[in-house]
Write a protein that binds this ligand. Structure first.
Ligand SMILES: [Zn+2]
Length: 256
């Protein structure tokens, strides 16, 4: 057993709040620092299913990529879904830590892991605040169709904008919903932006700027990193079980 404070210190050092976006809500969001931690679980989002899984598996700490709670709350009651989940977690002594955009931008964070999947070199942050990343393809002039195959084999299905025969040298990356990255990617001469999701009009805008897009889906762009995170925490605290949630699924289903 170890106290929550020690685990929070480790996570704060790995995913410092200084890397997070200004609007974000990161760090320890629920919990008593003196609590003893015996079991940990990572997840993408605290949903009612994840909440029940954590209770059933006697988890003491949930490390959730997306913050919970995210918005400020004036009441914590059973009259809302969020309130009910919070009451349930607190009554079972379950703490919540969320690294979110600090996890996106960390040196081994979500965007860097996506860059590794695409075999990029010379990877640097896309924006001055450290968010997103951009790098060069090891295989110069790789076709968009070949990149799509790599992404599908690693992350599942995806959609795209652009010509399948387009040759790609430079790729920008942003997990989750990062419509705002399109203009910066073009400015930095990216041929392609890989992202979780974008609005229809953002896709039209990218096409008009000749920027190809690979849209993996928000869930797929981040969920794999929750598994990596569980392995990393296990390596740091080998005596305390840490696993990723297995009740969590993409809320968006494909109908063929
Ligand atoms: Zn996200």
């Amino acid at each position: 057993m170890i106290d929550l404070k020690s685990i929070v210190s480790y996570l704060d050092a790995e995913y410092p709040a200084s890397l997070a976006e200004e609007w974000d809500n990161v760090g320890l969001l629920v919990g008593d620092l003196s609590a003893r931690i015996k079991t940990m679980m990572t997840c993408l989002t605290v949903t009612p299913e994840v909440c029940e899984e954590s209770v059933a598996k006697k988890v003491d700490l949930i490390i959730s990529h997306h913050p919970f709670p995210f918005q400020a709350m004036k009441q914590i009651t059973s009259q809302t879904v969020e309130g009910s989940m919070l009451l349930r977690l607190i009554s079972h002594g379950i703490a919540v830590y969320s690294p979110h955009t600090a996890h996106d931008s960390a040196k081994d964070g979500v965007n860097q892991q996506l860059a590794a999947i695409l075999d990029l070199t010379d990877v640097v942050p896309l924006n001055a605040n450290g968010s997103g990343c951009i790098g060069y393809c090891k295989q110069n002039g790789i076709l968009l169709s070949d990149l799509l195959q790599i992404v599908v084999s690693r992350l599942g299905t995806c959609s795209y904008v652009g010509d399948l025969n387009k040759s790609v040298n430079r790729i920008a990356i942003g997990c989750g919903a990062v419509d705002e990255f399109v203009d910066e990617a073009v400015k930095q001469e990216a041929d392609l932006l890989l992202l979780g999701e974008a609005r229809f009009h953002t896709c039209l805008h990218a096409q008009s700027l000749r920027l190809a897009l690979i849209l993996t889906g928000h869930f797929a762009s981040e969920h794999f990193a929750v598994k990596t995170l569980a392995k990393k925490i296990t390596a740091q605290f080998p005596k305390i079980p840490c696993f990723s949630s297995d009740s969590e699924q993409d809320v968006i289903k494909r109908y063929n």
